[in-house]
Design a protein around this ligand. Structure first.
Ligand SMILES: [Zn+2]
Length: 77
């Protein structure tokens, strides 16, 4: 699997940096961090790590990055 961080000589480009900044502020999630983690852990481990990270601590449902609380039980993330 290829990611823009593998191939693009402009990585991280201004567009990605802006998007990353917006997501970090608004949704507490970083694409640049994700791309670094994919490099560090390999994709399988990364996905496992993300599945744990985005699990609601209260009910165990998957959390939505665009919401600040669990869609299922309302627990804040
Ligand atoms: Zn929940």
């Amino acid at each position: 699997m290829l990611f823009c961080s593998d191939k693009c000589e402009k990585f991280p480009c201004a567009r990605l940096k802006n998007l990353d900044k917006r997501y970090r502020t608004k949704y507490k999630m970083s694409m640049l961090e994700n791309l670094e983690n994919i490099k560090k852990f390999e994709i399988k481990k990364f996905v496992k790590f993300e599945q744990k990270r985005w699990k609601c601590p209260k009910c165990g449902e998957l959390l939505c990055v665009h919401r600040d609380s669990c869609l299922n039980c309302g627990e804040k993330r």
